[in-house]
Design a protein around this ligand. Structure first.
Ligand code: G3P
Ligand code: CA
Length: 326
């Protein structure tokens, strides 16, 4: 019974059929291949064939929703009209209009940076701009792919409120756009800041929410023994120290843990609660295979090309390519 509940939840999310359903997600469009969160990256992912485009959002001073992992212009990515990379820490989007944002070139990682070393095979696309979310929707429409979904992340930090709009404004702008663009039924909304997820659940209950967790590192957003500013008042200590049980209590449908945190026991517990489990961000063949063997429902990767290969070898149904150019 528990297993069938889990599959119903997963299939509703994936829009697929059969026991081999799997959610193959291109992280930031597949940033090991093309510049992150750009239209060329999303076009490449659609052309390869993915179930879901993963992307990050910020809101500008004039209320536009743009696709950026960082709430500020990233000094390792953004170059001004003179070709100079922005000076750290970079202006926050909330201080920039959409016209300002469109002046920056995000098509090449700053040579010599740690980021450039990490993604040394990423091809440069000089002139690539920060897209709006509406431009990504237009690209998806152009591709003709009517099944691909978008896993969209509200980038907002409870410890840096001046860098972004409030959770209420962020969600209001996002839901307005999703309704205008008729994309409400093709997205899931993810966040480390669970305040926005709570608002989405109240205001648009048909949109599945994805609870991002990171239990290790210098600044974990979830601790099993206490609340943090990230979790909207929910505290694993009130739920037996269980992260999946906490997410269930918060009303989530999908758990996206840092992949290092994942254990087979935790996946089984989440499935017993009818949660879908989609870890981030998994880039090696070995880790992909290991996590699939643990029973995860999907994976988020900077290497959607490699994930297709591993998923196929594990008997998963592959999403169809939809060739498109930006
Ligand atoms: O989808 C989860 C993943 O994107 C979270 O990490 O920092 O790349 O947004 P980050
Ligand atoms: Ca993200």
């Amino acid at each position: 019974m528990k297993n069938s509940m889990r599959m119903i939840g997963a299939l509703a999310f994936l829009g697929a059929s059969g026991a081999q359903a799997f959610d193959l997600e291109a992280h930031r469009g597949g940033r090991a291949l093309w510049p992150e969160n750009t239209l060329p990256a999303f076009a490449n992912a659609l052309s390869l064939g993915v179930d879901t485009l993963e992307l990050d959002l910020a809101v500008t001073k004039d209320g536009a929703i743009v696709v950026s992992h960082d709430s500020r212009l990233n000094p390792d990515i953004a170059r001004d009209s003179n070709g100079a990379y922005v000076v750290p820490p970079g202006l926050p989007f909330v201080q920039l209009t959409l016209d300002d944002v469109k002046r920056y070139d995000v098509g090449q990682i700053r040579p010599g940076s740690k980021y450039a070393t990490t993604f040394s095979d990423q091809r440069a696309i000089p002139g690539a701009r920060i897209p709006t979310l509406a431009e990504v929707f237009a690209l998806v429409r152009k591709s003709g792919n009517t099944s691909v979904r978008l896993n969209i992340e509200t980038k907002i930090n409870p410890n840096a409120p001046a860098d972004t709009v409030s959770p209420e404004v962020f969600v209001a702008r996002l839901l307005t756009l999703l309704r205008e663009e008729a994309f409400v039924d093709r997205v899931v909304v993810q966040s480390f800041d669970w305040r926005t997820l709570q608002l989405v659940q109240k205001q648009a209950p048909q949109i599945p929410t994805v609870y991002l967790t990171q239990q290790q590192g210098a600044d974990p957003n979830v601790r099993v023994d206490g609340a943090t500013p990230w979790t909207a008042g929910f505290n694993p200590a009130d739920h037996g120290g269980s992260v999946p049980r906490t997410i269930k209590a918060a009303g989530g449908q999908i758990w996206s843990p840092l992949f290092y945190d994942v254990t087979a026991v935790a996946v089984a517990e989440a499935h017993g609660l009818a949660l879908t489990v989609v870890p981030w961000t998994v880039n090696t063949e070995e880790d992909m295979g290991r996590l699939i063997d643990m029973g995860v429902d999907g994976l988020i990767s900077d290497r959607p090309d490699l994930l297709r290969k591993v998923a196929q070898a594990k008997g998963k149904t592959l999403p169809a390519p939809a060739a498109v150019t930006p």
